[in-house]
Design a protein around this ligand. Structure first.
Ligand code: COA
Length: 354
């Protein structure tokens, strides 16, 4: 039994921001960004959010698979930029989509989330008798968490969503093997803290630092309203932003992409040379070409959309996979390798027969 890809879709916010526009925000240039990363533009969600983008990508994938939303048994959303902490992003998309029979949950493996989610969906389709059809969606609004004053990171990321339908199949089509790996990020090379907007009104020694009486007294002394004084007392006001040591991430990526593809191919009983197409995480064109060289594969075999999208984190591989299908770059029976890496540190690859 396998899990076949029967539908695919993607969504981009309507606003396209090219490198020249970005150079009006931070001290950078089209030449620098294009040469160092291969990125020419990215899309930024202004009117959209992860729910609208994810739902749009899922609806497209369902249409290709000729399925109704009610026929989906499992919906996994991979994201690091969910619209809400509660409920899950998957639950928000499920409701918007009308996938009322789907079990749903989120999975966060940072930018490698796509391969982790595909592996998880594949495993559940093989082991849960009542699950036959799954939607795997990556929906990201990275523009919410990048530091728009840090030119070394904000130029890299974009927003978007990608989705695939996986269906349990009786033939040899679909997912053949998955390889997943984690390494401790001891040097914090890629991190975005979760800073909640409220501090609990207690300290470890049991002393209550801000009682209602104190806040009310402060409000009166400072001449501000009680509501404002309460907000000032309990809200940190700090926003979580991405921090990255670019060169370290670069080294990690160029090491693990070949390793994970080789491992997944080995498990699938095929050689890397047999892959008709590789869909890599779209983080940096130079990372992709470096990995291609290490594997001894022509760069043309690596499907790339990075020029138009930038790094859309866990949505990127799913978006590139959908793009490859839409462009007719994947024919039935062909072998496709998907490979991702990201914060954590996470890495993984999936080999499938289209
Ligand atoms: N525009 C212009 N100059 C920039 C710049 C920008 N957007 N960003 C950095 N620079 C400057 C630096 O300040 C530095 O200047 P200096 O030499 O005067 O100090 C110079 O460019 C080189 O910086 P460096 O960080 O060494 O560049 P790099 O060749 O390593 O490229 C990255 C930087 C981020 C593009 C690259 O390291 C990378 O892609 N890393 C992987 C990141 C990634 O994929 N993250 C997501 C993983 S899921």
């Amino acid at each position: 039994m396998g899990s076949a890809v029967t539908g695919w879709g993607s969504a981009l916010p309507s606003l396209r921001v090219d490198n020249n526009a970005l150079s009006q925000v931070v001290d950078t240039s089209h030449e620098w960004i294009a040469k160092r990363t291969g990125i020419h533009s990215r899309h930024i969600a202004v009117d959209e959010d992860a729910t609208t983008l994810g739902t749009q990508a899922c609806a497209q994938a369902l249409e290709v698979a000729e399925l109704g939303a009610g026929q989906i048994d499992l919906l996994i959303c991979t994201t690091s930029t969910a619209d809400a902490l509660l409920p899950s992003q998957a639950a928000l998309i499920r409701a918007r989509l009308g996938a009322s029979n789907a079990v749903c949950f989120d999975l966060n493996a940072a930018c490698a989330g796509c391969v982790y989610a595909l592996s998880t969906a594949h495993s559940l389709l093989q082991t849960m008798p009542n699950m036959k059809r799954a939607l795997v969606v990556g929906a990201e609004c990275m523009s919410r968490i990048v530091d728009w004053t840090d030119r070394a990171t904000c130029v890299l990321f974009g927003d978007g969503a990608g989705a695939v339908v996986l269906e349990r199949s009786d033939n040899d089509r679909g997912v053949l093997a998955c390889a997943l790996r984690n390494e401790d990020d001891v040097d914090d090379v890629l991190r975005c803290d979760q800073i909640y907007s409220c501090d609990p009104p207690f300290s470890a020694d049991g002393v209550i630092p801000c009682t209602q009486e104190q806040i009310a007294a402060n409000a009166e002394a400072e001449g501000v309203g009680l509501e404002q004084a309460l907000a000032n007392a309990h809200c940190t006001g700090k926003a979580p932003l991405v921090r990255m040591k670019g060169r370290d991430v670069f080294k990690f990526a160029t090491r693990v992409i070949p390793q994970m593809l080789q491992e997944a191919c080995h498990q699938a009983g095929v050689s890397v040379e047999e892959l008709d197409l590789v869909i890599p995480h779209q983080a940096n064109e130079r990372i992709i070409s470096n990995a291609a060289k290490k594997l001894g594969l022509p760069l043309e075999r690596f499907h790339r959309i990075i020029q138009e999208t930038g790094n859309t984190s866990s949505a990127s591989v799913l978006m590139a996979l959908a793009h490859a299908y839409q462009q007719g770059c994947i024919q039935p029976g062909q072998l496709v390798g998907l490979v991702g890496f990201g914060a954590g540190l996470t890495a993984g690859a999936v080999v499938l027969r289209a």
